[in-house]
Design a protein around this ligand. Sequence first.
Ligand code: C2E
Ligand code: CA
Ligand code: CA
Ligand code: CA
Length: 279
Amino acid sequence: AKHLGRNTYSFFRPQMDIEAKRAISLELDLRHAIDHQELELVFQPLVDLKSGEIKGIEALCRWEHPIEGAISPEEFIPKAEDTGLIYSLERWVIHEACAQLRILHAAGFPNVQVFINISKRHFEGDALLETLDSALSETQLNAQLVSLEVTEGLMLRNADAVLATMQKVKQRGVRLAIDDFGTGFSSLSYLRQMPVDIVKIDRSFIQDLPSDTENMVITSTVIAMAEKLGLMPLAEGIELPEQQSFLQDNRCYMGQGYLYSHPLPMPELVRLLCRNNGQ
Ligand code: C2E
Ligand code: CA
Ligand code: CA
Ligand code: CA
């Protein structure tokens, strides 16, 4: 047994060291990236399904690591949440997204809105409101053109603090969207308690439309419920024309996905808008 134990030890230990070291160096590198503006934003169009017009854009964060290359936000956002770096990261994201929206407005598209992803952790304190106020006053943006997206699990802890922040965000005229709707554990009634304006239906329900009966039922139910609660439904991850038709037939008129455009850097997005929105 001793022999086996030793073997196990020598087999696992170096691997653990490598992973632990990578985790630590990734944290340091991310801190460096935030402080030295090595992050970038790309923007995915949010499309009016009836007219084809681009009404908004979702800001998505990108990190090109100097050695490891592109690291997915699915990896570095959770890391930023665990280490507390999320506050400074999203402070940068909010300022940058607002500044980029100004550029888009100045290029001749003054009505386009921006949607910004915010970690639920960020809703637990006042830091978000301070950042939002400074970004709005710095850029002189109309607050109604800014929406914050937050995933639906956000009420599971610190519900009172989160609700209070949401209310204060709304007082500023900024809108709120529930992201990845349908993937969390919240009930529909819980949606009613929150001061949200937009429900983003998760891509996992859209991707098998219109062949998967269950997802058809779920999607059409969520759209109908959103409508009854006075919320705007928006479908994520639309890749096929049949998916768009299904959504329109079920009265969902806003969406995003590769069918329209991948997330783009701002200069390419401006070119797309010029072609698309008729300028
Ligand atoms: P999300 O907010 O649900 O963003 C949508 C993700 O789906 C994006 O991945 C986008 O590129 C991808 N996508 C869009 N259309 C399609 C489609 O038609 N098909 C498929 N298969 N995928 C599509 P991305 O950019 O890798 O971002 C992943 C996640 O990282 C985001 O999911 C969001 O939760 C998080 N994230 C990104 N930037 C930020 C940020 O600044 N702050 C926070 N808190 N989270 C962020
Ligand atoms: Ca999102
Ligand atoms: Ca989403
Ligand atoms: Ca997601």
